[in-house]
Design a protein around this ligand. Structure first.
Ligand SMILES: [Zn+2]
Length: 267
């Protein structure tokens, strides 16, 4: 596995014991948890970018409950059908999807800007190459990747085009129109439907859309799980505190999760 790229000079990285290094003597230690930090200071905008510790913990607790398993399995099935060598999961977070994807491909790389999330992910599955890095400079070589995935994460289009092999794939998962409607209705005076199709417009020049699927799951949430779900979504800090408090006092809630999966191929 040597498709990793030095984020400083763009040379190929080599592995030696507990570090990765390039020909220009830039060196990156493998952390004791097993990930490597390729997020160099030149590309940093804040001290602790990405997710907060609380949102990472809430998401891990919620996902461990299996509520998004239908989505995880739908993504895994797509990868199984495609028979891929190199997959790069952009915005891998604490690795719930990435770890499951790994079993279906030869080499799986997960990258996220949030170090605290990658630390959690690295413990989950040592078979994945876990990286702290940024979408601004994806730390892999040109045309080295068969499929890039972005689940609820940004889509750094130019970098994805650079790292994908010719005819490589891009898998995007984003909330479908009605995703968590009951929760958003409780939190906001006005609920705007999610607009997954905005990704189609953004990508149509460089990519062909070859498949689209919606995965729905009805979630029966007890109070603790409801709180975790609220804490892991962007709704948490956008909602008014009193509305959020009222929703969190609910003993239980039934809500539909609805995900849009798009599979694109580079033209
Ligand atoms: Zn270098």
């Amino acid at each position: 596995m040597n498709v990793l790229m030095c984020p400083i000079c763009a040379q190929r990285l080599q592995r030696e014991d507990k570090r990765w290094y390039c020909d220009n003597q830039h060196s990156y230690d493998v952390a004791k948890q097993g990930y490597v930090n390729l997020h160099v200071v030149q590309h940093k905008h804040s001290k602790t970018p990405g997710d907060t510790v609380l949102s990472v913990e809430a998401r891990r607790a919620f996902l461990q409950g299996g509520f998004y398993q239908a989505l995880q399995q739908a993504v895994v099935q797509r990868l199984r059908d495609l028979k891929l060598d190199y997959v790069l999961d952009i915005g891998c977070g604490e690795g719930y999807y990435t770890s499951a994807m790994q079993a279906e491909v030869k080499h799986c790389i997960g990258v996220d800007i949030a170090k605290n999330a990658v630390q959690v992910a690295a413990k989950l599955n040592p078979q994945v190459t876990w990286l702290v890095g940024t979408g601004a400079v994806l730390p892999v070589m040109d045309q080295s990747i068969d499929l890039c995935s972005s689940l609820f994460s940004p889509i750094p289009k130019q970098e994805i085009l650079r790292v994908l092999k010719p005819k490589g794939y891009l898998l995007v998962v984003t909330p479908a129109e009605q995703h968590l409607y009951a929760i958003r209705e409780a939190l906001f005076d006005q609920v705007n439907p999610h607009q997954p199709e905005k990704f189609l417009l953004q990508l149509q020049e460089e990519f062909d859309l070859i498949e689209q699927t919606v995965v729905d799951s009805t979630l029966h949430l007890e109070q603790a799980q409801l709180k975790n779900l609220i804490a892991m979504t962007p709704y948490a800090y956008k909602a008014k505190a009193e509305k959020r408090e009222l929703l969190q006092q609910r003993e239980s809630l039934e809500v539909m999760a609805s995900f849009q999966i798009y599979l694109f191929q580079k033209k």
